[in-house]
Design a protein around this ligand. Structure first.
Ligand SMILES: [Zn+2]
Length: 408
């Protein structure tokens, strides 16, 4: 039987038949490129069937033919990825009354993912399933929190040993959560950079598979299913997509989903991508502003600042070295979007507003995204008649301090 998928190097086009081989290759093409696209043999017309009204998927494996997994028996799932998209009319009202903009505002509720209530669950689920299928017994990562917690749970479920290297300022709740799933945490003596180095050394010394970061095809393939979910739940693609950004897997995955759909519909719509960072850690915003000011000179995407030791309460959004900017910035530019900066000292007020209007607590990174919607209105980035999709990241479960600030 022919494989349902293959990996294709984005630089030289080399075909890698499956993940077992990709892992043997240390997740890197001989040409030196670490980025590979997954290509499927399925017919994309099937997506139109899968997204017709009436389907009630329990998870994102609803799109199994478009995921790089061969056998459904390897699925490790806690009910993630088929999360609701809600219309938040208080945001629509605000846009109309304060800015005279008549738009539809839809919120993608990643806090309702079944695993650990974050947008990382979907990637962790697919990783656990693929590792199980390909006989991977052990995995390691350096992480500031969310990835580690989600992967801990899913890998434990798949019987895969997992070692997490965290920076010394990690939140104790995170360490506790990872250990509660029976996984190993190594608290570094240094910052995130140091934890990363320790993870890399561990990987080298023990030949343990290590996370391939934001361009990891597993993460991208899991998250690209958001495009299919927009079709299923909205009946069309949104005009504007808003997301808080640290590494950048989200926009990379959105772009991948759209590119896949363009195989059968050349005009398939890419929304304008608006990426949000808080002013305490906004290297991508700074890189973008410089590019805009200089008229996007050749190589602009490689010119970005590094914030060595960001001081922010939004630990999920504390990536001071935005290594994915060279991939993410061109995606944003091509979409007609932009990067937005919001103020960290206003986040609690936005958190209170969501609680008042919707009766729920969102995590701080989700609130950065929501604040970005207000900022987008202020900057004239949203127009009459448009549908805006706000992709929230997480619930407040593991940001107890933030919940307490909201309740104050
Ligand atoms: Zn290559």
């Amino acid at each position: 039987m022919e494989n349902k998928y293959k990996l294709v190097c984005t630089q030289c086009g080399k075909v890698i038949p499956n993940f077992a081989t990709w892992f043997e290759m240390n997740q890197e093409c001989p040409c030196g490129c670490k980025r590979a696209d997954i290509v499927y043999s399925a017919d994309y017309k099937e997506i139109y069937e899968l997204t017709k009204p009436g389907h009630k998927p329990v998870n994102f494996y609803h799109y199994f033919d478009f995921l790089p997994l061969m056998d459904k028996k390897n699925i490790v799932s806690f009910g993630e990825g088929a999360i609701p998209i809600e219309e938040w009319d208080f945001l629509e009202r605000y846009a109309r009354e304060k800015h005279g903009v008549d738009c539809k505002v839809m919120v993608y509720r990643n806090d309702l993912n079944g695993g650990t209530n974050t947008f990382k669950d979907i990637a962790a689920s697919l990783a656990a399933s693929i590792f199980k299928e390909n006989g991977v017994k052990e995995f390691c990562v350096a992480s500031t929190g969310n990835t580690a917690t989600a992967y801990s749970r899913y890998l434990a479920e798949a019987g895969i040993k997992f070692t997490v290297f965290v920076p010394n300022d990690v939140c104790p709740d995170t360490v506790e959560a990872i250990r509660s799933y029976g996984q190993t945490v190594v608290v570094s003596e240094g910052n995130y950079g140091q934890a990363k180095k320790e993870a890399a050394d561990f990987h080298e010394a023990n030949h343990v598979l290590i996370s391939a970061g934001n361009i990891d095809p597993i993460r991208v393939e899991a998250k690209k299913t958001m495009v299919f979910e927009y079709l299923r739940q909205l009946g069309r693609m949104p005009d504007v997509y808003v997301q808080a950004v640290a590494g950048g897997t989200g926009p990379i995955a959105l772009d991948k989903g759209v590119r896949e759909m363009r195989a059968i519909d050349r005009d398939f719509k890419m929304p304008r991508v608006l990426l949000v960072q808080q002013d305490t850690c906004d290297p991508m915003v700074q890189g973008w502003r410089k590019a805009v000011a200089n008229g996007f000179p050749e190589g602009y995407e490689k010119d970005y600042p590094v914030i060595p030791d960001p001081k922010t309460m939004v630990s999920i959004l504390s990536t001071g070295n935005p290594g994915m900017f060279p991939i993410v910035a061109p995606i944003v530019r091509k979409s007609g979007g932009t990067f937005l900066q919001v103020k960290e000292d206003q986040l609690v007020d936005y958190g209170k507003l969501v609680k008042k209007e919707r009766g729920i607590y969102l995590g701080p990174a989700s609130i950065v995204c929501l604040a970005g919607f207000y900022k987008a209105l202020e900057e004239g980035q949203i127009h009459n008649g448009e549908t805006v999709l706000i992709n929230t990241g997480e619930g407040a479960a593991r940001a107890k301090f933030f919940k307490e600030l909201i309740d104050k």
